[in-house]
Ligand binder design. Structure first.
Ligand SMILES: [Zn+2]
Length: 383
């Protein structure tokens, strides 16, 4: 095994990164890994970091996967690795300043000091400019690995100073193989999940292993069939938002409580004591951060639901046009065919456009319910 095993379906990217990690002449100190959600940007970034630190086992270097440097890097505990994985809406300028301080230090035990920024696109322009200076003249042992959905998502100034590596959407079969090999998932379930998740590795894994997640996805797809009039549309939109909210709360509640307990302890406040007024701003700041994180999560879940809906109408269009490609939602074949019989390809395309518009509006911070109501109304049968 090696650290590259989990970088699914990316032979070109792996070759480039591996060469850089093993040949000093091929090394660059600032990288930009781009690829659509689920292409495995953060997995590739971590594998690269491990390969850079790898001290080798039995003469095998470049990410052997077995040495202490490899295992600690993959686990995120290597002292010379910093990973910024934000689940907030933006990376703040203070966070970037901290990173730059870290980047300036020489590695304590590893070959490099590696800084991975998973969502380099979630940065305001002013923050990016602060980062730019650090990337331009990095200390010789520092490597920056920035990740973003596409090169266009970061400022041209950043792009031009980084070496780009493009990840593609891995084939569903490769993703299914990984689920079978790594997670012991049944091959048939793995393939259905990989297709339904449109090769998004993390989602495919969740769908394959979590029956609730499969049910939630099915419920989203069924909404398309249930919308008959404006009233149903408004109800359906409300339902989608509620499901997303519940999932966001479930995913963040435990972590929020732990963070709050840690902060209280750090401030020297005993359990059950009231917080002295002069410390309240500290708690307020944490709560604001947590609220932002929940918002981000809710938007991510909603966006996922819309991608699921989009995949359903994509299948409808495939049937309407008589194309001979596999359906993403083969297990919803009946619903797909019924929708296809009920409408024209033009209507299907208009519905897909309405979903696209809703996604854009959500990204642009329109209130979720408003964006989804407009979308759901556009999905209803057109006479
Ligand atoms: Zn190793």
């Amino acid at each position: 095994m090696s650290v590259w095993d989990d970088v699914v379906g990316q032979p070109d990217a792996v070759a480039t990164l591996l060469r850089a990690a093993t040949d000093p002449a091929a090394m660059t100190h600032a990288w930009l890994l781009t690829g659509p959600p689920g292409s495995g940007r953060s997995v590739a970034a971590r594998a690269f970091a491990a390969a850079l630190q790898c001290t080798g086992t039995d003469g095998e270097t470049g990410g052997c996967g077995r040495c202490h440097a490899c295992t600690t890097t993959l686990a995120g505990t290597h002292p010379d690795l910093t990973v910024v994985a934000t689940d907030k809406v933006v990376i703040t300028i203070d966070e970037v300043r901290d990173l730059i301080m870290t980047a300036a230090r020489t590695p304590s035990s590893g070959r490099y000091r590696v800084i991975v920024v998973e969502d380099a696109d979630r940065m305001a322009e002013r923050t990016t400019n602060v980062l730019l200076k650090a990337i331009e003249e990095p200390p010789p042992h520092t490597v920056w690995v920035l990740c973003a959905p596409s090169a266009q998502d970061v400022l041209p100034t950043i792009r031009s100073r980084c070496r780009g590596v493009v990840l593609r959407v891995p084939p569903a079969r490769d993703v299914a193989d990984l689920l079978v090999r790594r997670d012991g998932v049944d091959p048939a379930v793995a393939l259905t999940a990989a297709r339904a998740a449109q090769s998004h590795v993390g989602l495919a894994r969740r769908l394959a292993r979590d029956a609730d997640a499969r049910e939630r996805r099915d419920a989203v797809l069924q909404i398309a069939r249930r919308i008959r009039g404006v009233g149903d549309a408004v109800l359906a939109a409300g339902e989608l938002v509620d499901v997303a909210k519940a999932e966001a709360v479930a995913a963040t509640a435990e972590r929020d409580a732990v963070e709050k307990a840690e902060l209280m302890r750090a401030l020297g406040v005993q359990d059950g004591d009231t917080l002295p007024p002069r410390l309240r701003s500290q708690l307020k700041q944490l709560e604001d951060d947590q609220k932002r994180r929940a918002t981000r999560r809710q938007r991510d879940v909603l966006d996922r639901s819309m991608v699921d809906l989009l995949s359903l109408y994509r299948d409808v269009l495939v049937v309407q046009l008589g194309a001979t490609v596999e359906l993403v939602n083969a297990e919803h074949d009946g619903a797909v065919r019924a929708l296809a019989a009920d409408s024209t390809p033009e209507q299907t395309i208009r519905r897909m456009d309405a979903i696209g518009v809703a996604r854009e509006r959500l990204e642009g911070n329109v209130a979720p319910l408003l964006a989804l109501e407009a979308m759901a109304v556009a999905l209803r049968p057109q006479g």
